[in-house]
Every structure is written in structure tokens, then in C-alpha cells.
Design a protein around this ligand. Structure first.
Ligand SMILES: Nc1ncnc2c1ncn2[C@@H]1O[C@H](COP(=O)(O)OP(=O)(O)OP(=O)(O)O)[C@@H](O)[C@H]1O
Ligand SMILES: [Mg+2]
Length: 352
């Protein structure tokens, strides 16, 4: 078994998180591909490494590549390697990630935008463990376990002809879907404290003085579109701004300032067409004023899930109305991607 340091620690106590962890432990020992699906910042990369370190392959290589960060040609060369002279600049032979991960695990992050020819080659490796280096004609055989991650709706991309459905079928031997933080309310304060204590240590201080009650309510009331990564940033910033003191204020958007420069017309146009959820397009977080919300609750027993659903439905209706029922604008206004918004509208039967 790997040491505790190599097995990434994941914090959480909520039922859906524990269920997901159980699922990961169950599928980890198998030699089959796994697809990890989840919104940004939900912990997909951590899950991929858990899958590796909980498998019999843990002593071998765990290699990762972000498929969205490279051009098609470069991605292909990185994955499959190349022979000398395969393309301009390929002076020597180079092993690709499939070769280097032989006996281990290869994590293909952000797989959804991969070009069709690369998808075809990946499928062949999954099916037969076979490929050739670019510019080579020798067929190489490897034993690599594939783990892929996406925050896109792969089946929908498959139906639209943008992703090979046979590859989806093979990758989706098992699909682990990560719950977003907003449905893991029980985990928010636990994670917040964990990140705060780590930050305190990093700053060389001895103890963490805690969060004020108002801040705790604010943490619980916010929708966390950037999930755990966003929570981590907000907490680290808060701890750093309150050295040795109880945290009494959170800054969700560090760019917020009365002196924030206005957008140039060109940038404004670019932002209005940028995909919702991209960092550049982030509007002011649409967190409810948490103190107000808690004031609405008189302490009576309530059905937590129903309450949240009613709250979300109400918020969606108001946002749609505010944006004159333009769904793209509504998505941006709520700091959701268009697909996430559509998912909510479908869930609450609000699609017109
Ligand atoms: N359960 C958890 N406990 C502690 N830290 C976590 C947990 N889940 C995620 N994190 C932390 O949150 C951050 C984001 O996690 P990770 O990079 O795995 O998410 P991701 O889903 O791959 O994000 P992206 O979609 O942006 O690639 C990392 O700093 C990670 O260490
Ligand atoms: Mg990631």
C-alpha cells in the first residue's frame, strides 16, 4: 500500500461525498478505464490520483496531461511519442506518455475537446494496447490504465458528432461524478477549517482563531461556482488578511473595487461573447446575502432538501426575469455555464 503522503487526502463528511469515495475505492483496483465527471474545482485531479494510488499500479508511473492545453499535433506527439524526423524540429526519438506510463496510469484531463484522429488512436490503445510513435511503423504494446476527466456533457457531445461515441462507451466503463460543493453543505465548514489551518501553518503561525458566526453563515449561503478551489482561495485570502485574528470578513471577488477600471469597448464585446464561467467573464458573485437568508428562517424544523430546491427555483426565476429570459445572460449573471443553467432549468422544469 502507498504511504499516506502519496495517497491524496480528501476532506469531506457529507453522505454524497462518502458515497463517491466508496465508489472510487471500489473501482480503483480494476484495470478498466474510468471517466471522472464534475464541475470545475470539484476535485477531479485528486480523484484521478486516488484511483492510481489505490490500485495495484501505485508503485508505477502516474502521468497526467491536460488535453485542452495543447494543439492537436502537440497532444498527439506527447501521447504517442515520435521518431527522429517525424516533423520539423523532431531531432531525436521521443517516448510518449503511453510508453512512459506502461504498467501505470495515464490521466487524460479535459478530454472533451480532443480532435477525432487522436480520439481514434486513444480508442485503439484502450482496445488493444497498441499504437505507433509519430513517424514510426513499429507497433508498440503497452499496459496502461486510462483515467479521463471532463466537465462537459460527453454523451451530448457524442450525440452532436463532436466526440466518438465508441470511445465514450469504452471510457465510461465506470463514471465517477463528483458532487458540486453547493450540494455538500455539511462539508463547507470542515473544508474551510482545513484550508485555514494549512494557511496558518504556511504563514508560520501557531493557531487558527476561527471564523465569526456571520462568516460561517456566509460560507454556507454562497453557491461556490468554482467549488473547492474557490473555497480554498477565499479562505486562504481571508486568513492572510486576518493574521492571528478571528476571520470576520470574506472577499469573494478580489477585483471588486470602486476604482476598478471600466472595460474598453473591445474587451466588453469579448466578455459578452466569452463562455460563461471563464475567469474573465466572472461577474460579481451572486451569493444571497446570507445574513438576510438566515434571518428568514425562524428555527422551525424544515425539510432541508425541499428548502434548498425552493430557494434555487426562486433564484432561477428571478434571474431569468431580470435577464429578460435570455438564458445565456442568465447563466453569466448567475456565474454558471450555459450548460449548467440548462441543467438546472431542466431539473426544475423551468425550460420554456
Ligand atoms: N475533498 C477535498 N479535500 C481537500 N481538498 C480538495 C478536495 N477536493 C479538491 N480539493 C482541492 O481543491 C482544488 C481543486 O481540486 P482539483 O484540481 O482536483 O479539481 P478539478 O476538478 O480537477 O478542477 P478543474 O476542473 O479546474 O481542473 C485543489 O487544490 C485540491 O487539492
Ligand atoms: Mg483538473
Amino acid at each position: 500500500m502507498p504511504s499516506d503522503e502519496s495517497l491524496p487526502r480528501m476532506i469531506g463528511e457529507s453522505a454524497c461525498f462518502l458515497e463517491m469515495q466508496e465508489h472510487v475505492s471500489q473501482v480503483a483496483p480494476l484495470n478498466k478505464p474510468v471517466l471522472i465527471v464534475g464541475e470545475r474545482g470539484t476535485g477531479k485531479e485528486l480523484i484521478a490520483s486516488r484511483l492510481h494510488y489505490l490500485s495495484a499500479r501505485w508503485q508505477n508511473n502516474f502521468l497526467k496531461i491536460n488535453c485542452a492545453a495543447l494543439s492537436d499535433a502537440l497532444l498527439e506527439a506527447q501521447l504517442f511519442g515520435h521518431e527522429a524526423g517525424a516533423f520539423t524540429g523532431a531531432t531525436g526519438q521521443r517516448k510518449g506518455l503511453f510508453e512512459r506510463a506502461d504498467g501505470g496510469t495515464l490521466f487524460l484531463d479535459e478530454l472533451a475537446n480532443t480532435a477525432m484522429p487522436v480520439q481514434e488512436k486513444i480508442l485503439r490503445v484502450i482496445e488493444y494496447g497498441e499504437f505507433e510513435r509519430l513517424g514510426g511503423n513499429q507497433t508498440l504494446k503497452v499496459d496502461v490504465r486510462l483515467v479521463a476527466a471532463t466537465n462537459e456533457d460527453l454523451p451530448a457531445l457524442g450525440r452532436a458528432g463532436k466526440f466518438r461515441e465508441d470511445l465514450i462507451d469504452r471510457l465510461a466503463f465506470d463514471v465517477v461524478t463528483l458532487p458540486p460543493l453547493r450540494v455538500r453543505k455539511e462539508d463547507i465548514l470542515v473544508l474551510a477549517e482545513h484550508f485555514a489551518i494549512s494557511m496558518v501553518k504556511e504563514m508560520g503561525e501557531d493557531f487558527f482563531a476561527g471564523f465569526s458566526e456571520a462568516v460561517q453563515r456566509q460560507l454556507l449561503g454562497y453557491s461556490w461556482p468554482g467549488n473547492i478551489r474557490e473555497l480554498k482561495n477565499v479562505i486562504e485570502r481571508a486568513v492572510y488578511q486576518h493574521p492571528n485574528k478571528t476571520v470576520t470578513r470574506l472577499v469573494f471577488n478580489p477585483f471588486e473595487s470602486p476604482y476598478r477600471p471600466a472595460l474598453s469597448p473591445v474587451r466588453e464585446m469579448a466578455e459578452s461573447t466569452a463562455p460563461a464561467g471563464s475567469a474573465e467573464a466572472l461577474p460579481t458573485p451572486c451569493a444571497p446575502a446570507p445574513a438576510d437568508r438566515s434571518a428568514e428562517w425562524d428555527g422551525q424544523a424544515l425539510d432541508f432538501r425541499q428548502h434548498i430546491q425552493d430557494y434555487e427555483t426562486d433564484l432561477l426565476r428571478k434571474a431569468l426575469e431580470h435577464c429578460q429570459f435570455n438564458q445565456r445572460k442568465t447563466a453569466t449573471h448567475l456565474n454558471l455555464s450555459y450548460h449548467q443553467l440548462r441543467g438546472y432549468l431542466r431539473k426544475y422544469d423551468l425550460l420554456s
